[in-house]
Ligand binder design. Structure first.
Ligand SMILES: [Zn+2]
Length: 477
C-alpha cells in the first residue's frame, strides 16, 4: 500500500507545535482507571464475572453451551476462555468501563422494531447487517438494560425541514413502483432526472426506499425526542447515521439525512448541538447542512485521499459566514491505529468542548474505519472507537449515538454491541453468546477485532501539524 502525500507533511516545525503523539497525555481527560478499579465501594456494573446477585447469571451456561457449539461447528478444539485471555481483554474493557465521569445510572433508549430491522436489512450494500447487529445486542442480554422504543415514520414537514420538496417528491414517486423502467414513458429522460437527484450507482432505486428512509429518519428523531424529554441520557439508533444525503440528492447509499433531521429536532430544546463523525468517510451531508451556522458544530474524522469518496473534508474547510470555524475536518491517511486516532481525537475534542460548550451531542459511529472492514483503509479496533465514544459520553451531555458505514458486518456488529454495552455500562464476556447468527463470528467466536499489518501513512509530523492547525482555528471561535 502506498501512502499519498499531503500538504501537511512538510518537516517545518509549526510555531505552536503540539506535543508528539506519545507525549500527548491521553489520560488527561480520562478517568483514573486504576483508582476506579480499586475502589471497592463502587459497584462495577460491567463485571459479569462477579458474584454480584444483580448481575445476570445466565451467561455462564451460555458460555459452556457456546464452547460445545463451536466444537460442533468447527470440529476443532477451541479453548475455554482462561484467565490469561480474559486478562488480555478485560483491562481494555475496564479502561473504558471506569469512566468516572460517566453517570453510573444513565438511562439509555434503543430504537428498534421488527419492521425497521426488516427494511434496513434489505438496503443495498448492507443486506442483513441490521439483523447481525441487533441479534448480537440481544444475545448479550443488553436489551434488558436499555429502554427499547419503537420508531415512527418521519413526517413530511420534518423531512422538508432539510430536503427540497422536488427531491422528496421524486423519491416518493420512484419508491412506489417496483419496476421503474416499465412505468416510465421515456426511461431515458427518467434516468437522466434520477441521476440529477443522485439516484444511481451508489444510491440505486429500490422498491419502498422512501418509506424505509422515512422510518430510519423517524427512528433518529424519536431517539432525539427521548433526550429532549429527559427520558434518556443516551439514545441509540444503530439503523441511522446516513451522513452523505444532501438537501437535493441522495449520495453514498444515503437517501434521507436522518442525522440532520435529528439535529434539527434537538435544536428545539438545545441551543448548541455538537455533531461528531468517526466514520471512515467525511460527514459531508451534515457538514453542508450546518456550515453557515454557529449553533451546530460539525467535527468529522475521516480518510481524505485523492479519488476517495466523497472527496471533501479538507482541513481548510472550516465553514462560512457565521459558521466560520464551526466546521472542523480532520483528514487522515490510511493505516491509522487506535493510539494515534484516539490521541488526535482527545486532543481536538477537548478543545472543541471547551470552545463550543455544546448542550447535546450527536455521534455518528460508522465502523468502516475498523481494520477488518472491507474498505481496508484505517487500522482501528472497536476498542479504539469505543475509547473515543467514551471520551464524549464522559461529558455527561444528552448524547445520540448513531450507526453509519461498516462493511464487515460481523466486526460492525461487535463494535456497535460493544458501544451499546458501554452506554449501558455493562461488561461483556469475551465469547460471543450462542444465538442464531453465531457462525458469522468464526473462527474465534470472540468479541475482539484485530489490527492488520498495514503501514501507517500518518507520520507523527503530519498529525502534529494537523492538530496544531485545527487548534489554531478553534482559537478563533
Ligand atoms: Zn463510511
Amino acid at each position: 500500500m502506498s501512502c499519498q502525500g499531503s500538504n501537511l507533511n512538510d518537516n517545518s516545525e509549526p510555531k505552536d507545535a503540539v506535543p508528539s503523539v506519545e507525549s500527548m497525555n491521553m489520560n488527561e481527560d480520562l478517568p483514573d482507571c486504576k483508582e476506579s478499579i480499586n475502589e471497592k465501594n463502587i459497584d462495577d456494573p460491567f463485571d459479569l464475572f462477579s458474584d454480584d446477585d444483580t448481575q445476570p447469571k445466565r451467561y455462564q451456561p451460555i458460555k459452556r453451551k457456546l464452547t460445545q457449539a463451536v466444537l460442533l461447528a468447527e470440529d476443532q478444539i477451541v479453548d475455554h476462555p482462561n484467565s490469561e485471555t480474559l486478562e488480555k481483554v478485560l483491562p481494555l474493557t475496564m479502561e473504558i468501563a471506569d469512566c468516572k465521569r460517566m453517570k453510573l445510572a444513565g438511562r439509555v433508549t434503543y430504537v428498534h422494531s421488527k419492521e425497521l430491522l426488516q427494511r434496513v436489512n434489505r438496503l443495498t450494500r448492507i443486506e442483513s447487517r441490521a439483523d447481525l447487529v441487533h441479534s448480537l445486542v440481544q444475545a448479550y442480554g443488553l436489551l434488558q438494560y436499555v429502554d427499547v422504543i419503537p420508531p415512527r415514520v418521519a413526517t413530511e414537514a420534518e423531512i422538508l425541514g432539510f430536503h427540497s420538496s422536488d427531491y422528496i417528491e421524486f423519491l416518493k414517486d420512484v419508491s412506489a413502483v417496483s419496476d421503474v423502467e416499465e412505468n416510465q414513458e421515456d426511461p431515458h429522460d427518467f434516468y437522466t432526472e434520477a441521476e440529477a437527484y443522485g439516484l444511481s450507482y451508489d444510491c440505486p432505486l429500490q422498491d419502498g426506499i422512501f418509506e424505509t428512509a422515512s422510518l430510519i429518519s423517524g427512528a433518529s428523531i424519536v431517539a432525539a425526542d427521548t433526550l429532549i424529554s429527559g427520558q434518556a441520557d443516551i439514545a441509540i439508533n444503530w439503523y441511522g447515521g446516513w451522513h452523505h444525503a444532501k438537501r437535493d440528492s441522495a449520495s453514498g447509499f444515503c437517501y434521507i439525512n436522518d442525522i440532520v433531521l435529528a439535529i434539527l429536532k434537538l435544536r428545539e430544546k438545545f441551543d448548541k448541538v455538537l455533531y461528531v463523525d468517526i466514520d471512515l468517510h467525511h460527514g459531508d451531508g451534515v457538514e453542508e447542512a450546518f456550515s453557515l451556522t454557529s449553533k451546530v458544530m460539525t467535527v468529522s474524522f475521516h480518510k481524505y485521499a485523492t479519488g476517495f469518496f466523497p472527496g471533501s473534508g479538507s482541513v481548510d474547510n472550516v465553514g462560512q459566514r457565521r459558521g466560520q470555524f464551526y466546521t472542523v475536518n480532520i483528514p487522515l491517511q490510511d493505516g491509522i491505529k487506535d493510539a494515534e486516532f484516539c490521541s488526535t481525537f482527545y486532543r481536538i475534542m477537548k478543545v472543541v468542548k471547551e470552545k463550543f460548550s455544546p448542550e447535546a451531542v450527536v455521534l455518528q459511529c460508522g465502523a468502516d474505519g475498523l481494520s477488518e472492514d472491507h474498505m481496508a483503509s484505517f487500522n482501528l479496533t472497536h476498542v479504539g472507537l469505543a475509547k473515543c465514544v467514551c471520551f464524549v459520553l464522559a461529558w455527561n451531555l444528552p448524547t445520540l449515538l448513531l450507526g453509519g458505514g461498516g462493511y464487515n458486518f460481523a466486526s460492525t456488529a461487535k463494535c456497535w454491541t460493544f458501544l451499546t454495552a458501554l452506554a449501558a455500562r455493562r461488561k461483556l464476556p469475551l465469547e460471543i453468546p450462542e444465538h442464531e447468527n453465531l457462525l458469522a463470528y468464526g473462527p474465534d467466536y470472540q468479541m475482539t477485532t484485530t489490527v492488520g499489518n498495514k503501514r501507517d501513512c500518518n507520520s507523527k509530523q503530519y498529525l502534529m501539524n494537523l492538530v496544531a492547525k485545527i487548534l489554531k482555528n478553534l482559537e478563533k471561535i
